[in-house]
Each structure stands twice: as C-alpha cells, then as structure tokens.
Design a protein around this ligand. Structure first.
Ligand code: ADP
Ligand code: MG
Length: 217
C-alpha cells in the first residue's frame, strides 16, 4: 500500500509545527511588518495559531481535510488584518479540496492549488504585487512539478519550501501594490514582505513534517 499520503495525523503535525514556527518567528514578522505596514503580522498570526491549537485540542477532527478546514475557520474568526481572512480562506479551501482521506501527493497538490485560488479570489493580488502570492505561486508550481516528476510528499514539499523562500527573498525588490504596504508606494521597495515570509514558514514546516514521516524503503 502506498503510505506516502497526507492523513489527519500528518495534517495536524503540520499545523502544530506551523504554529510553533509562527511563535518562534513572531518578532521577525512584527519587525518586517513594522517597516512597511502596521507591525501586527507576527502578533496576528501568533494569536490565530494559538487559537487553532486550542480548537484542535478541544475536538480532534477526523481526516486531513477536517483538520485543515478547522484551521482555516479558526484563523478567519480570530485574526484581524488582511492575513487572517487570506490564510483562513486558503486553509478552508485546502481542507474542502481533500474529501479523500488520506490524500495522495497529487490530490494534495490540487488542494494547495485551491488554497492559492482562494487567496487570489479574496485578495485580487497578482504575482509581483509583494504579497503572500509571491511566495505561494512559485511554491505551488514547484510542488506540482515535483509530483509530476514522481516525487513523494517530502520531496515535493522540500522543493516547494525552497521556491517559497526564493519568492520571499524576491519580494525585497518589489513595490507593494496590495495591502497596507502599497500606501508607501516606492518606499516599500527594499523590504521583505511579511506575508510572503509567513508563507515560506508554511511550506518549510510542511517540508519538515513530511520528511520526518517519510515512509521507509
Ligand atoms: P494587515 O495588513 O491588515 O495589518 P497583516 O499585517 O497580518 O495584515 O498581513 C500583512 C500581509 O498580508 C502582507 O505582508 C501581505 O503579504 C499580505 N497581503 C495584504 N494584502 C494582500 C492581498 N490583497 N493579497 C494577498 N496578500 C495580501
Ligand atoms: Mg499588519
């Protein structure tokens, strides 16, 4: 049997690792958002993921889709600012796109694509606008390419994390055209986007947990 799948335990491990990464990088996200926004990105996400952990502890959802959907619903209801609805919608869409449990790497790629589509539907950002989209778009492309080439979850997630970090670093040179940072106009150039940075954490933690769970053999 193919054990290289996303099940509820792996989905929960991902979300717990992401919550820990958000807490660990809270100040860095605050500092990045202080430079070109209002300085709340780290506290917004930390509050949201703390609530997500409580929600997962209160009622353990069965199925990866339910874990990720619960994550999204909780983020929408607990995070103010642009990032709560954006990440919340992404996780809700990812969860809704995973009716099959456990999900194969190809099914998970489709779910991640649904997550990006939700972000773009809600935020209307194009690649190059210096947002979450600038890390998520290359990460998804790398994940899809890796799966098409026969990679498992861990290989695809590792490629996605590398691409997300590259996209994150590339936001430094961009001028913001969406969100608060766009108010700065050209003065937003020269700073790394906070949302692209948290998106890189999202894919890096996915790479970490899938590598740890990689099936033997
Ligand atoms: P707020 O801007 O309301 O204070 P946060 O500070 O939590 O919210 O999040 C800021 C991040 O949200 C930005 O760095 C950017 O990546 C992301 N963002 C803002 N607007 C959009 C949008 N329309 N589409 C995608 N991402 C966006
Ligand atoms: Mg902010």
């Amino acid at each position: 049997m193919d054990t290289d799948t996303l099940d509820a335990a792996l989905a929960e491990a991902w979300i717990r690792a992401l919550a820990a990464a958000v807490a660990e990088h809270r100040q860095e996200l605050i500092d990045l958002d202080s430079a070109i926004g209002d300085g709340d990105h780290g506290s917004n996400l930390d509050r949201g993921f703390t609530a997500v952990l409580a929600a997962l502890d209160a009622a353990r959802p069965t199925g990866a889709g339910a874990v990720l959907g619960r994550t999204g619903t909780t983020l929408v209801s607990t995070v103010g600012g642009a990032s709560g609805p954006l990440y919340g919608s992404a996780f809700r869409a990812i969860g809704a796109a995973l009716p099959q449990d456990p999900a194969t790497p190809a099914q998970f790629a489709e779910a991640l694509a649904a997550g990006l589509a939700a972000v773009r539907r809600l935020g209307a950002a194009q690649p190059g606008d210096k947002t979450i989209v600038d890390a998520y778009t290359p990460a998804l492309a790398a994940f899809e390419r890796a799966v098409a080439g026969g990679a498992g979850l861990a290989g695809a997630a590792s490629a996605a994390a590398d691409a997300a970090e590259e996209g994150m670093r590339a936001t430094v040179a961009l001028q913001a055209r969406k969100g608060r940072a766009s108010y700065l106009g050209p003065r937003s150039v020269g700073h790394q986007d906070p949302g692209a940075t948290s998106t890189a954490l999202l894919f890096r933690t996915l790479a970490d947990v899938t590598r740890e769970r990689r099936p033997a053999g």
